[in-house]
Design a binder for this molecule. Structure first.
Ligand code: PA5
Length: 363
């Protein structure tokens, strides 16, 4: 579809929750989030921390994956992202537990919060409120307050920037100031070149969005771009309401590559997006090139996108912003409102009918 739909102002009227306005305000949001997280009293000395668990689901959990992806080789302590109801056995008094839930109402994250508290783990909540905010505030636990009224996935900077600041302040990573400065500039540039006012023939995000319509996007990342591939996939699912899948190299070279050995009907419906970082391991660079050569004949198309930026955090945000815009443009091109996520809400309502409690420990 290239009938100019993405260049017509009226096409955007479907965006009932103003997601384009939110992404267009990324620089101001980033600055506010950075300043806010710097002033919260974190209570504990750095020496108290031996490992870190970041608990969160969906649009709130991805902030943890993105942070771990960026700093993976430079983490000073082990960091795990928790995405279910149980905390691992190693979580204890020397574990910094960061609860990331935009709404503060996500039952998996709330269950982790209560278990972390039982184990006397130092906790920090990043939330707009809900039960999580109330629970921790009543106990005197640090809470980083987010503005209410956003979709969790649209609050990615509100969630991710404080997380980076907290990890820096607690000595889990080196002070991230230079990376945050770079990231701010990346956001300025992204909004400038990818926003709706930039016509399709000059706008990479619009072009990628139109290229991915009518296919099944499969997003592959590696190392620093692995979590970004996951973010792209989730954004296409939630904003454009379409199937999309993600995988990671080198692992996919040990299994998924077999799906694209010979042409098949499903293979031809697949558009592969390879997210590259110029700083990938040399063997990963080679893998991407060789893998592409081997699988391309069986696919509907292959697109390579390379991160731009002076630091790992900046490069990560460069590709995250591109993917966010792509998913939003896919929604607009389909005439779909990118805001509401009715299916997620319906499931949560059904679960709430029976309530939840702490399920017994596994034996
Ligand atoms: O994008 C979404 O709306 C979801 O993926 C939510 O982020 C997820 O359900 C968790 O909710 P919350 O982010 O409020 O903890």
């Amino acid at each position: 579809m290239s009938d100019g739909v993405l260049d017509r102002r009226e096409s955007y009227e479907v965006d009932s929750l103003g997601l384009f306005e939110v992404i267009g305000n990324s620089v101001a949001i980033f600055e506010r989030a950075r300043a806010g997280a710097g002033t919260v009293d974190l209570v504990w000395p750095q020496e108290a921390i031996q490992n870190v668990a970041i608990a969160g689901m969906g649009g709130s959990g991805i902030a943890g994956d993105l942070a771990v992806g960026v700093w993976r080789e430079r983490l000073r302590h082990p960091v795990s992202v928790l995405r279910d109801y149980y905390v691992p056995g190693w979580v204890g008094e020397n574990t910094l537990v960061i609860l990331s839930s935009y709404s503060g109402e996500t039952e998996e994250t709330l269950t982790v919060a209560s278990q972390a508290t039982e184990r006397n783990a130092p906790c920090v909540a990043i939330t707009s409120g809900g039960k999580l905010g109330t629970f921790y505030r009543d106990m005197g636990v640090p809470v980083i307050d987010l503005p209410a009224g956003l979709q969790p996935r649209a609050a990615i900077l509100e969630l991710l920037v404080p997380l980076a600041v907290v990890l820096g302040r607690m000595g889990v990573i080196a002070p991230p100031d230079a990376e945050l400065d770079d990231a701010r500039q990346v956001l300025v540039d992204s909004v400038d070149v990818l926003g709706p006012a930039i016509p399709t023939d000059q706008n990479l995000a619009k072009q990628v969005a139109l290229g991915l319509l009518d296919s099944v996007p499969v997003i592959w990342g590696a190392e620093t771009t692995a979590a970004i591939a996951q973010r792209w996939k989730c954004q296409i699912n939630e904003n454009a309401e379409l199937p999309a899948y993600w995988a990671v190299l080198p692992e996919a070279d040990h299994n998924e590559i077999c799906a694209y050995g010979d042409p098949s009907t499903v293979g031809r419906m697949t558009q592969m997006v390879l997210l590259r970082d110029p700083h990938h391991h040399r063997q990963v660079q080679r893998r991407i090139e060789l893998t592409r050569e081997l699988i391309a004949p069986a696919l509907g198309g292959v697109l390579e996108l390379a991160a731009d930026g002076n630091t790992p955090f900046g490069r990560m945000l460069d590709l995250v912003m591109l993917g966010d815009y792509v998913s939003l443009y896919m929604a607009i091109a389909r005439g779909v409102d990118p805001g509401p996520v009715d299916m997620i809400g319906r499931l949560k309502l059904r679960l709430a009918e029976t309530g939840y409690g702490r399920t017994p420990d596994p034996v």
